[in-house]
Design a protein around this ligand. Structure first.
Ligand SMILES: C[S@@+](CC[C@H](N)C(=O)[O-])C[C@H]1O[C@@H](n2cnc3c(N)ncnc32)[C@H](O)[C@@H]1O
Length: 248
């Protein structure tokens, strides 16, 4: 087996979190974030572990879309939900930006994984000045949510088609939780069930922002009636986000 070569980014990351002279033979293909237990997202340091996906750079655009939406619609106390929160990176980053602008908010962070929710809770306490209006909820999609109409719902749910998981790089398929990756037969099973629940929970002026696979397009999804939708690109120019709002 050829010896692993750490990239300059990986070496910097390892050094920053206490591995100044890492031996590449020790870690196999393990991502450096799982070695150190830390990952950077939106310039914040999130704790990660084997129960949580490593936050991805491309997902940062969800924060931009969400915060610009809140500003544009002058929402003075937005109700926000982050479904499939993992480390909490999406919900906590939005909360952090709103806290900096002294905009009050209420935010629900949910996941099916108790371990992920534990990590998200820890991250919120580490990263937010006062995590008072944050609620953590174990829920399969919106099944156990209170009947609230949310202004912004973010959802980076599993979207990889089951049959392609085995062709992912070992650093992903051997280390990241399958429950964070596997989106069923076409990769749309979980997202379609979520889309079906959405109208009941989205305010008339609200938006849902979903991360999607770059092989999906509007025809891939079972969209609820009376919504307007768009697909936006990520920083790499790849179609990556589905936005859904009630038709005005
Ligand atoms: C792709 S990861 C995203 C994690 C995080 N939001 C991020 O952007 O890095 C998907 C997350 O959804 C959770 N999940 C999977 N199925 C779910 C379901 N039916 N309801 C709620 N969460 C689910 C997984 O446990 C995982 O934490």
């Amino acid at each position: 087996m050829p010896k692993r070569q750490f990239s300059p980014y990986e070496l910097n990351h390892l050094k920053k979190f206490g591995f100044p002279d890492p031996d590449p033979n020790t870690f196999g293909e393990k991502p450096v974030e799982y070695i150190t237990g830390h990952a950077e997202f939106c310039e914040m340091d999130f704790l990660v572990n084997s129960s949580t996906l490593i936050p991805r750079l491309e997902s940062e655009k969800i924060i931009k879309i969400a915060t610009e939406f809140i500003e544009k619609h002058q929402l003075s106390h937005p109700a926000i939900a982050d479904i499939g929160t993992g480390t909490g990176c999406l919900g906590i980053s939005i909360a952090s930006r709103l806290a900096k602008k002294q905009t009050p908010y209420t935010i629900y962070l949910s996941d099916t994984s108790s371990e992920a929710l534990k990590t998200a809770t820890e991250n919120a306490h580490r990263l937010l000045p006062s995590p008072v209006n944050l609620f953590f909820l174990k829920s399969n999609l919106l099944d156990d949510f209170p009947h609230i109409k949310f202004d912004v719902i973010t959802a980076n749910l599993p979207y990889i088609p089951s049959h392609t998981i085995s062709s992912l790089s070992p650093s992903v398929k051997d280390f990241e939780p399958l429950s964070a990756l596997d989106g069923g037969a076409n990769g749309t099973t979980i997202i379609n069930r979520f889309l079906n629940q959405l109208p009941e929970f989205l305010s008339f002026q609200g938006v849902a922002i979903l991360e999607i696979n770059d092989t999906h397009n509007l025809d891939s999804f079972s969209l609820p009636p009376a919504v307007q939708v768009s697909i936006e690109k990520d920083v790499f120019g790849v179609p990556r986000f589905l936005t859904v709002s009630p038709k005005s």
